[in-house]
Design a binder for this molecule. Sequence first.
Ligand code: NAI
Ligand code: MG
Length: 395
Amino acid sequence: MAQIWEIPTGYLLILDFKIRGNLMAKYKIAWLSGDGIGMDVMEAARIILKRIGLDAEYIPGDVGWEFWKSEGNPLPERTVDLLKNTDCCLFGAITSKPKEEAELELDPALKGKGYAYYSPIVKIRQKFNLRTNLRPCKAYFGNPLNYRDDIDIVVFRENTEDLYSGVEFHPLPSEVMDVLLKHHQRMRKFEKTPLEDIAVSLRIVTRVAAQNIVRDAFEYAKKHKRRSVTIVEKPNVIRETSGLMIREARKIAREYPEIELWETNIDAMCMWLIKNPQDYDVLVTSNMFGDIISDLCAQLVGGLGFASSGNIGDDYALFEPTHGSAPKYAGLYKVNPTAMLLATKLMLDWLEETDKALSLESAIAKVIKEGKVKTYDMEGDSSTLDVANEVARKL
Ligand code: NAI
Ligand code: MG
């Protein structure tokens, strides 16, 4: 029995925990709508999941800006517990603001008490070690926003390391400078620069993370009968970190003789993706290059309204559209729910509900191809829920 609780408050959670035992649904899914249009598009997902009849219990949780303002914590501990007690999570979008603005909007009773804003989505990725970011970028035929109609790229982005590990210095501590001078000739170039004029962000790549992301990419390619995996790095310049990625990729590729390994530099890749995007299948890369290239690929197939993503770990996964909370459209039911519906499809894939995933994708594709029910970004005037209902009808 599918159950979706429509009022996402903390109080209902308590109720849910009681009800959950009786329901005995096959899956427990954390339902985090978040802020702004996150709520609008999650309503669209609700319509679809109801229609599909997935045997799941959907449990709402508190996340985002409202909880930062009222509690000083955008990811309350009760929500972390909720995630721990579910199979996976469907996530809408959240609002994030720079530090100073965040401070200003905090409940006056909480100000000056040491609360600091952090990104709940980054925290969830780290806490649950959601190490793989999966970003499919497929051109659905008939989408007027497609760059070309024959693009079908899947990006695998390492989600926890690289320049985003957060190991950064400014000013550079003198002990760190001493160690760097001792271990690296090249550091001499900076010896005379005042320490307060040097900022350093470490690019960290571990062998295990490199192996994991490359293996995920190859396993995906094998399962979906893809021809090639392209590793996108810059080993000619960033010899150690990019070098490690490439060396591990070459080793792992030998286990998949039916799939070709292509190697490209990140800068050239941006050119190739504009020139011949149809030539590429699966791309695999480290965190920052993946961040850049996945946005580039998303724009080739319609942009934010179509870009879905999975954050996948060994035991848990979170699925979300890649767009944010678009505050100016919040609650207007104007935005395109396709990215959210494709994220729902990724969740069904991950749960190995393959038939349901395929029929959802083909229903989405049909609605796009017909071109009758479409939101403003596709030059239509249908609402978010019109699109969801139309997809539901096609299911
Ligand atoms: P955004 O993605 O929220 O919106 C930018 C613009 O893209 C919108 O104004 C709208 O014109 C268009 N757009 C976005 N989603 C769309 C959709 N589904 N259909 C049609 N058009 C769509 O990015 P923005 O404005 O930079 O950020 C707004 C807030 O969202 C910020 O607080 C930001 O920090 C946060 N954010 C959250 C993310 C997340 O939850 N994972 C990701 C990106 C931004
Ligand atoms: Mg990005």
